[in-house]
Design a protein around this ligand. Structure first.
Ligand code: PHB
Length: 391
């Protein structure tokens, strides 16, 4: 009798192994490989994005469909396409990740697109904002924004509010070029005039001479995009030191320049600056309150910014994919889930466009103001459900 039982259980074990073997062998973990800038000038990008992702996991637990979600963070060190490519390959080959996520900077996202295609890895852009990125691989979806998406409303708001002669200044790479072209097209179409334009290098920019040239041209307003963080601080310092505000040149920007992460460091000179963007810490909603509380549990000294929301929402998208696919990740099926996915983000309602895999969202017009002694971008007008123009 005992012998029969032993034989039966051995048989049962072999049947179980045959049925469940591959799933068990694949592991009970979903690996999310994150490529972000954790050191150098752009270190705040990786800090914000990874903290945002961890905030989502803190709030929602780290188990989905019976699988443990593991975040593996790698430092791209800055705008470094070759480093990003190598790290993406390592994440796929050595770590066997199920998703690739992150990307503060456009050049790093573009470098990884062919690898995502070849490996069929669902790749989620949590910040990089040049329009073209999502066209570079069918395995890329974006949960952040595009410069074109937030710039067109700025041009429309500027014209509607009486501005006619504007100078543009942008960082000299993908997102800056998109911002420049979009502002020019939208503003001149309405009847406005671009009285001068300048492109500022991404690496080691010297803002002083550029800003002086703009002051001498005496435009009515200056439209600016530079990447958030250190560069925004450098630009605002030159703007104030060279007295553009005092000379009556109105400053209008994308939200990157007055980013929540550094707005307090910009000081009172930033008060009154009008910007357009998809997220402000001051956004009044229960989803944002939950995000802020969760972020503060991980980092209580740093104010989150739009990149942190990108990290948070990127994880929300991944959790949904894992749930819908019941823990069995397949590149094509994952993209099918991502296309058309919609939910309420800390920034408001968002949708991944089923055709372009790019994000559709509200763009808010905000003014830098003091609230309770602290500086915030206070939203006062909404352009609802904006798509990336030209897609
Ligand atoms: C980008 O490189 O795409 C980028 C970086 C920082 C920003 C916006 C866009 O604030």
């Amino acid at each position: 009798m005992r012998k029969i039982l032993r034989r039966l259980s051995a048989f049962a074990a072999s049947v179980l192994a045959a049925v469940c073997g591959p799933a068990l062998a694949a592991g009970d973990t979903i690996k999310v490989g994150m490529l972000v800038e954790m050191s150098g000038t752009f270190a705040s990008f990786g800090q914000q994005i990874s903290t945002g992702a961890k905030a989502y996991m803190k709030r929602n637990g780290d188990t989905v469909a019976g699988k443990k979600i593991e975040l593996i963070i790698r430092d791209t060190t800055g705008p470094a396409p070759d480093v990003s490519k190598r790290l993406a390959q390592e994440l796929i080959v050595q770590d066997d990740v199920d998703f690739i996520v992150g990307f503060g900077l456009t050049p790093n996202a573009l470098a990884v697109a062919p690898i995502a295609t070849e490996a069929k890895k669902p790749t989620i852009i949590m910040n990089a904002a040049t329009s073209i990125i999502t066209t570079k691989s069918p395995y890329i979806a974006r949960v952040s924004f595009t410069l074109a998406q937030v710039t067109e409303p700025m041009a429309q708001w500027a014209y509607k509010n009486g501005l006619r002669k504007v100078y543009t200044a942008v960082a000299d790479y993908g997102p800056g070029h998109d911002a420049e072209t979009t502002f020019k097209n939208a503003f001149t179409k309405l009847g406005g005039e671009i009285v001068g334009e300048v492109r500022i290098p991404l690496k080691n920019p010297e803002f002083g001479p550029f800003v002086q040239r703009i002051k001498d041209a005496k435009p009515q307003a200056l439209f600016v995009f530079v990447p958030a963080g250190e560069l925004a601080i450098g630009f605002m310092k030159a703007y104030t030191e060279r007295g553009l505000g005092a000379a009556g040149i109105k400053l209008i920007t994308t939200g990157d320049v007055v980013d929540d992460g550094v707005i307090e460091a910009l000081g009172d000179d930033v008060l009154g600056v009008v910007s357009t963007h998809h997220y402000s810490v001051a956004h009044d909603s229960p989803e944002n309150a939950a995000f802020l509380a969760s972020y503060a549990q991980i980092n209580s000294t740093q104010r989150p910014n739009f990149m942190a929301v990108g990290g948070y929402d990127g994880m929300a998208a991944i959790y949904e994919v894992v749930r819908k696919l019941n823990g069995k990740i397949d590149g094509d099926k994952a993209m099918e889930v991502l296309r058309g996915l919609k939910w309420t983000s800390p920034r408001g309602p968002i949708l991944i466009d089923p055709e372009t895999r790019d994000i559709v969202q509200n763009v808010y017009v905000r003014e830098a103001k003091k609230v309770g002694g602290k500086i915030y971008n206070v939203e006062f007008e909404t352009f609802p459900a904006v798509k990336d123009p030209g897609k």
